[in-house]
Design a protein around this ligand. Structure first.
Ligand code: N01
Length: 540
């Protein structure tokens, strides 16, 4: 690795969440000198920032964790079926300590620029704290859901109350007791937040643009026997997770909707609804390809809403009718629909009449003004590309990543980008992560990237990047995989549709984690097929 000055590293990792922590661990095992820059004042990434009331994971705790260390699996005990944000953050803090990661992590530091120099074949990385360092490799571990989206609604600056975005929630918490609170947004975040805020607020107004399909989580504490069984069967759990499309160790659907009659289909949905969790929508393998299968599930959910919500007009507003179920990310909840039976909760449909302004006293919708003390934006993220766009990333010949991605993001396997040598993107665009149980996807990408870097180091390769042809072929395959599915029939953040002016293109790979894993392994086995490598005095 040669001689170093203080400011020269082998690798810079951007971000210290689930992916950055493990990336650091693996790169250190290769003997590389690394630096991790993290914008937050602590490690944890999404779980550091998203501290809003009710924040919890939609994956079950026993598989929403790392698998790489048997000791870690055995020593950590999850307390609930679906872990709360605080518990996941404690886990990631524990990981940082257990593997002694902190000495190589610089907190409170945003990476502002990463610029490649084709002469030295090194990246120069600059930060908000004035660091200017160089490195052979840059690995982005910035998360696909980290750039908060606060919609540009006129008047926000004049609002006399307080406002918050859920992804930047104050660490000291917010006392909402007895206040008039408005929540904008009813995605995964809003659905978790609203029932908890309703219990604190004097009056809660929910501003809903698109209703979501939500199913009961049926969260519960994990008893000792369950924990013991989980710990005894982890090998099998990970084997199943890694060979499943969703990166979860749960049974996938094996039959099509037409293979049973409607009574049997309803019985299956009913039983799954009673058990709760993500399996509710894992009944038939044609949910996203057969409109009849999808509509049956959607109607089942709408019936549930009608049964739970007492006021028929409120129930009607809560029923999604304009897009296929699961074409936007489905949500798990605890008492979401029940919350609309409370006398202090009001639902305002801002699809028919949009929010026109934020006034000094509240939110204006058409002729009505809702007076509020607090506005909570549960309005999501500039997903997948937003965190990249916040960094001035320039590759070979000064090409800017934002320019390359002007018509939508492209990346070979979602792991590397043509024209950007020695840059690796954990869970980048065109990757199945974010449609999957993310920690398993992260571990896969981190291990693939560290194996690739180990190969490159051993072969004395100075620069590696995907060829344009390989990248085009992968992006075409990603497009083919989603073509003809119902995923394309909704204005989701997966499509970039939640941000005005963003190119409308499905940004993730729907082919499944298992398929993706196999393809990535083949690429590696073939000596990193699809990559161009620069070796001194030789170019392969
Ligand atoms: O964001 P979203 P999120 N006026 O984009 C509405 C993950 N996550 O933070 O649908 C009015 O889904 C917007 O309306 P519409 C998970 O992957 C995971 O909830 O665009 N409304 C929508 O209702 C998830 O998918 C967990 O019409 C406006 C909402 O705001 C992802 O994060 C927990 C508006 C945004 O929903 C993002 O979820 C939480 C406007 N101007 C989140 N602008 C886990 O369990 C936006 N909206 C792991």
């Amino acid at each position: 690795m040669g001689d170093h000055t203080v400011d020269d590293y082998d690798a810079i990792v951007v971000g210290a969440g689930f992916s950055g922590l493990y990336m650091l661990h693996r790169l250190r095992q290769l003997g590389l000198r690394c630096r991790v820059y993290e914008a937050g004042s602590g490690v944890g990434g999404a779980w550091y920032w998203n501290r809003y009331p009710g924040a919890r994971c939609d994956s079950e705790s026993y598989f929403y964790c790392y698998s790489f260390s048997e000791e870690l699996l055995q020593e950590w005990t999850w307390s609930q079926r679906f872990p709360e944000q605080q518990e996941i953050l404690r886990y990631l803090d524990h990981v940082a300590d257990r593997f002694d990661l902190r000495p190589d992590i610089q907190l409170d530091t945003k990476v502002t620029a990463a610029i490649y120099d084709g002469g030295s074949r090194r990246w120069t990385v600059e930060t908000s704290r004035g660091d200017r360092v160089t490195a052979r490799y840059v690995v982005t571990a910035i998360g696909g859901l980290s750039a908060a989206n606060v919609p540009d609604i006129p008047g926000l600056d004049d609002f006399e109350g307080r406002w918050y975005h859920t992804g930047q929630w104050p660490h000291e918490g917010v006392d909402l007791e007895g206040l008039r609170v408005g929540v904008i947004g009813t995605g995964s975040t809003g659905t978790q937040l609203i029932p908890v805020v309703a219990e604190q607020a004097g009056h809660l107004v929910v501003f809903q643009r698109t209703p979501n399909f939500s199913m009961p989580a049926r969260n519960r504490p994990l008893d000792e026997a369950t924990v013991a069984e989980i710990k005894a069967t982890y090998d099998e759990i990970w084997r199943r997770a890694k060979s499943s499309p969703g990166a979860m160790p749960l049974p996938g659907p094996s039959i099509a909707f037409d293979e049973v009659d409607e009574d049997e289909a309803r019985r299956r949905y009913e039983a799954a609804w009673e058990n709760g969790g993500v399996l509710v929508l894992q009944q038939f393998n044609d949910l996203m390809t057969n409109p009849a299968s999808n509509e049956f599930a959607a109607e089942f959910f709408r019936d549930k809403i009608a049964t739970i919500v007492r006021d028929p007009e409120t129930a009607r507003k809560l029923m999604p009718t304009t897009y296929p179920i699961a074409a936007k990310r489905p949500v798990l909840d605890t008492n979401y629909y029940e919350t609309f039976n409370r006398s202090n909760v009001e639902l305002v449909d801002v699809r028919a009449t949009p929010i026109s302004a934020i006034t000094p006293r509240g939110i204006r919708v058409g002729d009505a003004e809702y007076e509020l003390d607090v506005i909570i934006f549960a309005t999501g993220f500039d997903a997948v590309t937003g965190a990249f766009a916040a960094i001035d990333i320039r590759g070979r010949d000064g090409v800017e990543l934002v320019d390359k991605w002007r018509d939508g993001p492209t990346a070979y396997l979602g792991l590397a980008v043509a024209g950007f040598p020695n840059l690796f993107t954990i869970n980048g665009p065109c990757n199945p992560a974010l449609l999957t149980n993310v920690p398993v996807s992260i571990e896969h990408d981190v291990e693939w990237i560290s194996d690739c870097i180990a190969y490159v180091e051993a072969e004395h390769v100075e620069a590696i990047e995907p060829t344009e042809e390989a990248e085009h072929a992968w992006v075409r395959h990603v497009g083919d995989a989603v073509a003809g599915t119902l995923y394309l029939d909704a204005d989701s953040w997966w499509m970039g549709a939640n941000i005005e002016g963003k190119p409308r293109r499905f940004m993730l790979y729907v082919g499944g984690h298992d398929d993706f894993r196999r393809r990535c392994a083949e690429v590696a086995e073939q000596g990193y097929a699809g990559f161009a490598m620069t070796v001194p005095n030789r170019t392969a």
